[in-house]
Design a protein around this ligand. Structure first.
Ligand code: S3P
Length: 169
């Protein structure tokens, strides 16, 4: 079977769903952000701070090119991966692309607990919400370029996995 690729905004559950899905399929799991951190021995947060977003996007694109060549993997991508049309095309050629979505307040809640995301590192919740609204607005068409889209707002990762497995049957 083809690779399974999860795209979607921060806080939509790509990593937790991806890990679970991989174990159900007997696939390996790859989280591209994690791979970037391991390969470059630096956290995403520190990479943004030290070298800037453009540098991170370059490393992200290089990582997509590498992992798209793997076989029998579930790939969880960073929320901004789709900004680069070449990334999206490479991923579509590598497997089935599944988009995870969530309502804005769910994203706000899920991402609020972690401060590891440089784009959402704003103390004020109102400002963070505004940032999420703007980023989502600029990316929503890109997230729609998927074979399947699942709103994870009211679902556990296990329930999301069940939906994906039904789709794949
Ligand atoms: C980003 C999402 C993050 C990470 C980086 C940038 C984005 O990944 O790649 O902080 O631009 O949406 P997650 O979606 O896994 O949080």
């Amino acid at each position: 079977m083809k690779n399974i690729i999860l795209i979607g905004f921060m806080g939509t559950g790509k990593t937790s769903t991806g890990r679970l899905l991989a174990s159900r399929l007997g696939y390996s799991f790859i989280d591209t952000d994690h791979k970037i951190e391991v390969d470059h021995k630096i956290t995403i947060k520190a990479m943004f701070a030290k070298y800037g977003e453009a540098y991170f996007r370059k490393k992200e694109a290089e990582t997509i090119q590498k992992v798209a060549k793997y076989r029998n993997v579930v790939i969880s991508t960073g929320g901004g991966t789709v900004l680069n049309p070449a990334n999206l095309q490479i991923l579509q050629e590598s497997g089935i692309v599944i988009s995870l979505t969530a309502e804005i307040d769910v994203i706000l809640d899920r991402t609020g607990r972690k401060s590891s995301r440089p784009l959402l590192a704003l103390e004020d919740a109102t400002q963070r919400r505004e940032m999420i609204v703007n980023l989502l607005d600029s990316r929503k068409d890109l997230y729609q370029q998927a074979n399947l889209s699942i709103d994870t707002s009211n679902l556990s990762p296990l329930q999301v996995v069940e939906q994906i497995l039904l789709f794949l049957r």
